[in-house]
Design a protein around this ligand. Structure first.
Ligand code: FES
Length: 449
């Protein structure tokens, strides 16, 4: 029985005993085969590609199967330390030198070694940025671009998106759907719901970018006598996602045709005189929720098929999160003193309802300004993970003000009454219903924090 290693030279290793692993035979003959974890199915450095005699090998054991499933290996990729040999085979080492080893060890530090997933891809570009660079100092250009990227990235991150990279004066971002759990049928339903929710989040992020841009432009007009506009393209589908680059300079990147289409949609805005184009894939899934002002039928550069694209101007029905964020934008601009009214009303509430002598308020830690916490909560409404952190800061703040948990739900009317009294011009039936719904949800999370 022999194991043939095909490399620059072919090496034939004899094995007497059936059931010996590939690694054991290699070690016995002092044939160089990396095995960083000592043969425990943990490092993948011993993996080989089986070119001949695959039927002469043991089936994958549980540990190997687990790794193979996680990495998506085909049946020909085997762990030499776990694979027993029962006849002649031919293999190739996958990790052959230190450079390969560096690549694989930097892969193992990351959880993204290459996977296919469904994602919504967002491309953003600044319109006419070149004229700004031509008429301003390099220092100002870099400063403004960094500020711009910060303002535009916040809505992406606050709605569950991730920044892939900043490209010149543009941004490539994506919103990935997480894995569905449960039975096959419930999984399919869940995946469909996740796709819809992810697309809605991406649209909300884009609409929020236009709000941010408006605020950003007020400052830019004042400081540089210049205003910016943006163009956005959104498409969705399966992409490849992983750490790409040099072993020491890798970044997580999305690749695939979906990314190219999103980029071309963004560029198409120039021709169609639009600002925000989404693909037919997005429109077919959530089109009925969107306000569209233009439909474009086009052939994208480098594509032979005709494609439909839609110019989005907003959500058709109210989106509670977006509406709340836009309300608070206006509130902070027009009525910056509202927070003092709320702080006063909180104090009055506490004095009426809490026996301060028995209070077990914690005085540990710094008191983060209430306005800062509330603004953060409003900004992060579209990202449950980061919202949770902000909500626990609010619970802590109330605690430091000696307002016990059992009174948290009574604070909803305190806030709403303050807002209604302070911002009478912005107040209406819709905003009062939306804020009540949103703040009740926050309070439930507050009670659970
Ligand atoms: S030696 Fe580490 S997985 Fe085989």
């Amino acid at each position: 029985m022999q194991i043939i290693f095909y490399d620059k030279e072919t090496t034939r290793l004899k094995s007497e005993k059936k059931g010996t692993t590939i690694l054991e035979t290699a070690l016995k003959h002092e044939y160089p085969l990396y095995h960083l974890c000592g043969g425990n199915a943990k490092c993948t450095t011993c993996r080989v590609y089986v070119s001949d005699g695959i039927s002469n090998l043991s089936n994958r054991n549980e540990r190997e199967q687990l790794l193979a499933d996680r990495k998506g290996w085909p049946s020909e990729i085997r762990l030499a330390c776990q694979t027993e040999v029962f006849g002649d085979i031919g293999v190739r080492r996958i990790i052959r030198d230190n450079k390969d080893l560096k690549t694989v060890t930097s892969e193992s530090k990351s959880s993204k070694t290459g996977e296919e997933c469904f994602a919504v891809i967002l491309f953003l570009d600044i319109k006419g940025f070149t004229s700004f660079t031509e008429s301003n100092l390099a220092y100002d250009v870099v400063f403004v671009l960094n500020r711009f990227f910060h303002e535009m990235s916040e809505p992406i991150l606050n709605n569950g998106g991730e920044i892939d990279k900043f490209i010149g004066d543009g941004i490539l971002a994506f919103f990935q759907i997480s894995n569905a759990k449960g039975s096959k049928q419930s999984q399919e339903e869940e995946i469909q719901n996740l796709k819809t929710e992810t697309m809605k989040s991406a649209i909300r992020a884009c609409l929020r970018m236009f709000d941010q841009l408006q605020k950003f432009n007020i400052e830019m007009k004042d400081r540089f006598n210049f205003t910016f506009d943006i163009r956005l393209g959104l498409h969705a589908g399966n992409v490849i996602y992983g750490d790409i680059g040099h072993s020491e300079f890798k970044s997580q990147t999305v690749l695939g045709d979906v990314v190219n289409v999103a980029s071309r949609l963004e560029a198409l805005n120039k021709k169609t005189n639009t600002r925000f184009l989404v693909s037919d894939v997005i429109y077919d899934t959530i089109g009925k929720l969107l306000s569209i002002d233009k439909k474009v039928i086009t052939k994208l550069r480098g594509k032979s098929d005709v494609m439909k694209a839609y110019s989005v101007i907003g959500f058709k029905e109210k989106d509670s999160i977006l509406l709340t964020q836009q309300y608070f934008d206006q509130l902070n601009t027009k009525y910056p003193n509202w927070i003092h009214n709320y702080e006063n009303n909180l104090e009055t509430f506490r004095n009426k309802n809490v026996n301060l002598e028995n209070s077990s308020a914690s005085n540990e830690g710094d008191l983060i300004p209430l306005l800062q916490i509330l603004e953060s909560i409003v900004d992060k409404l579209g990202n449950p993970k980061s919202l949770k952190k902000e909500i626990s800061k609010l619970a802590n703040h109330y605690n430091m003000l000696s307002i016990p948990r059992e009174n948290f739900s009574k604070l909803v009317p305190v806030l709403l009454n303050t807002l209604e009294d302070t911002s009478s011009e912005l107040w209406n039936h819709t905003i009062s219903l939306v804020l009540k719904e949103v703040w009740t949800d926050i309070t439930i999370q507050l009670l659970e924090s």
